[in-house]
Ligand binder design. Structure first.
Ligand code: ATR
Length: 290
């Protein structure tokens, strides 16, 4: 049990629901490891209470909050300032209370990219990237990839082509990268996926309770030399990842992103190096045991 006192800094996560979150355990363990005098708690905040909750953050001098579904977009209107990344993506997952001024940032981008780099034991992403999905999560991942100098081309594949097209147009303009949209049908997947070095699933296809399906129905498009990643964490190993692994691809599940986004938030809040690898170990242990 930690020793709390009058100087203990208070952090937390707001979401609806929030009971499933591993962040309180992960963040508190990391703070303890760093010798940082802080605590991190779950706050179940209903959408209709979001404004009051953020006002309460100021009133109670809560030092920082993570923000999860469904508040990542709506919280922006209550903040004083947000980062460029959060602005472009349209989502905030980290709030810093800077002497009463609330600053919003998005550490999911760092978490995702760092996860692929570390698990792939590389400093650079592949030049050609293919992303399944065009929702909120896709925007962060696409932005993160497009901002990497080495990434030349990004293909967005989505069931609803118009949504992918909107993101492709917007992000091409902002980042100057070659970003194209395609429908995620079988023949297009067969055309595009084999030539891409990084394949990313940001859709909910394959998530529990529908774990038997994959956004890539024909696994023969996967091969050795590719990195195939999924941001789903339930199950940890989706059918899509199993298929890719069987074909010899290097696979990255959703746990590194979860750990590293948290590590980044903790670094921003404390100004200290967060124990990234330790946080991943904690996350992995939790998911293996649950
Ligand atoms: P998030 O914010 O987590 O990204 P979202 O905005 O609801 O969630 O986006 C979900 C993504 O999964 C979308 O790209 C969605 O495709 P559409 O834009 O066509 O709706 C995709 N998706 C979810 N279920 C799907 C399914 N059964 N088949 C194909 N795509 C699916």
């Amino acid at each position: 049990m930690k020793d709390f006192n009058g100087s203990t800094a208070v952090y937390g996560i707001i979401g609806d629901p929030v009971e499933h979150s591993i962040s309180p355990f992960m963040q508190t363990s990391a703070m303890e490891k760093m010798g940082f005098n802080g605590v991190y708690l779950p706050f179940h905040v209903l959408p209709e209470h979001l404004e009051k909750a953020i006002g309460g953050m100021k009133a109670l001098n809560i030092s920082g909050l993570n923000v999860t579904s469904p508040h990542k977009q709506n919280v922006i209107r209550y903040l004083d300032r947000i980062s460029d990344a959060a602005e472009v993506i349209g989502a905030v997952n980290t709030i810093v209370n800077d002497s009463g001024a609330l600053y919003g940032d998005n550490t999911d981008v760092y978490g995702y990219i760092q996860g692929v780099l570390k698990m792939g034991k590389t400093d650079v992403l592949p030049e050609i990237v293919c992303i399944f999905g065009a929702g909120g999560a896709a925007r962060g991942v696409i932005y993160g990839c497009a901002m990497r100098e080495e990434v030349r081309k990004i293909f967005i594949m989505n069931r609803t082509l118009s949504k992918a097209q909107i993101i492709a147009d917007e992000f091409s303009r902002i980042t100057g990268k070659h970003i194209m949209a395609f429908p995620s049908d079988d023949s297009k997947i067969r055309d595009i996926v084999p030539a891409t070095g990084l394949v990313i699933n940001t859709t909910t296809i394959g998530q529990l309770p529908d774990a038997g399906v994959s956004p890539v129905p024909d696994p023969s498009v996967f091969h050795k030399g590719q990195i195939v990643s999924d941001i789903i964490t339930a199950p940890v190993k989706t059918k899509y990842l199993r298929d890719a692994e069987e074909r010899g691809a290097l696979t990255v599940n959703g746990l590194p992103m979860l750990a590293y986004q948290g590590a980044r938030s903790l670094s921003i809040w404390t100004g200290m190096d967060a124990p990234e690898d330790y946080m991943l170990t904690i996350v992995r242990k939790h998911f293996d045991e649950s």
